[in-house]
Design a protein around this ligand. Structure first.
Ligand code: MRU
Length: 349
């Protein structure tokens, strides 16, 4: 049994004693605390508020949220639980718009819901949520090794945001590649962009890599170009929130700029993501909904107001990198080099 009060960088979500525990990623690494949930609506709010973040971890949390929804629906409506669960499923789906893993996980839970009878659905749905969680962890191990195999010689790499263990079911996507590549002696140093405004790079990527003894240097987002010009960086390695059918990649705001700069400097771009992040229903990146968050997140930092009162601000939190700027999409099913619609179709067939 894992004691949810003991923090570990490997666990964004835990199911323990009939409740969901989420590591509060808003306050890491200053404080390591798990918050506990027994209502789906609260899980939806936790996703919206960034208690849990990172596309695969959002999907895992939502799957457990469906378990909580089903338990409450059965307690309230007995055999009619399928009608009673609907509002909670919609709340979960409305929590954040860009990471497709959220909708993928809810759809997978819905598929099981359709097959269940009128008896208590909780054990079967819990089993499915745990399977989603475990499969994500296994996928990351596999894609981590596949991504590492693309790195031919020891190099520095740049990563953006946090696509680590805490953003997934475990091990990480971009940081999964980093973990596997570092173990194989292929990474000299990771340069982690701090990732304004939520600072996932400074708070989470730096913490995870230091925990694992992987050399990491934090840099301001604007420092990436001059580092690339210095010539030690071989790869930019990032995760993704949604990959379109043509290989366009939505990821944390700033990824597109990194990819443009990488191409100019002859540096390769690797996108590491499980196939649950691929959305074959959106033809191109232009169809991916990009979340805009409260401008206040940008106007202030660490609770201190930065910009003058009345200052306008825009806060899109993801951008789309065109497939033409991506050298490799690495999934647990295999690697797509220089993605095209045909190659993506073969991957997902
Ligand atoms: O806003 P966030 O912190 O949820 O954004 C996370 C990212 O952009 C990650 O790079 C992406 O979800 C991949 S996580 C394996």
């Amino acid at each position: 049994m894992i004691d949810p009060t003991i923090p570990s960088p490997d666990d964004a979500a835990l199911w323990y004693a009939d409740r969901l525990y989420l590591a509060d990623q808003r306050i890491l690494p200053e404080r390591a605390e798990f918050l506990s949930y027994d209502q789906a609506a609260d899980v939806a709010e936790a996703i919206h508020a960034m208690v849990v973040r990172g596309a695969p971890a959002i999907g895992v949390a939502a799957a457990y949220g469906v378990v909580l929804a089903a338990r409450a629906a059965y307690a309230a409506a007995g055999a009619n639980w399928k009608d009673a669960i609907e509002a909670d499923l919609q709340r979960l789906a409305a929590s954040r718009p860009t990471a497709v893993n959220l909708f993928w996980a809810i759809r997978r839970m819905r598929t099981l819901i359709e097959r269940l009878d009128r008896a208590d659905p909780t054990p079967a749905l819990l089993n499915e949520a745990q399977a989603i969680h475990e499969a994500d962890r296994a996928a990351n191990r596999r894609l981590g090794d596949l991504g590492a195999a693309l790195i031919t010689e020891p190099t520095d790499i740049i990563t953006h945001c946090n696509a680590g263990a805490i953003a997934t079911g475990g091990y990480g996507t971009a940081l999964g590649v980093v973990r596997s590549a570092f173990a194989a002696g292929k990474i000299r140093r990771v340069f982690a962009d701090e990732t304004r405004p939520w600072m996932q790079g400074a708070r989470l990527t730096a913490w995870e890599l230091m925990h694992d003894g992987i050399p990491v240097t934090l840099q301001a987002d604007g420092a990436a170009a001059s580092l690339m010009a210095a010539g030690t960086v071989g790869w930019v390695i990032v995760g993704s929130d949604r990959i379109a059918a043509n290989g366009d990649v939505a990821n944390k705001i700033g990824t597109y700029g990194l990819a443009v700069m990488a191409r100019y400097h002859g540096i390769k771009v690797m996108v590491a993501a499980p196939t649950s992040t691929v959305d074959m229903d959106v033809a191109t990146g232009a169809d991916i909904p990009i979340e805009e968050r409260d401008a206040e997140e940008l106007l202030s930092c660490g609770g201190r107001r930065l910009a003058p009162m009345g200052c306008a601000a825009r806060n899109p939190v993801f951008d789309v990198t065109p497939a033409a700027l991506v050298d490799a999409i690495v999934t647990e099913r295999g690697v797509v080099l220089e993605p095209t619609p045909d190659k993506m179709r073969v991957l997902m067939a």
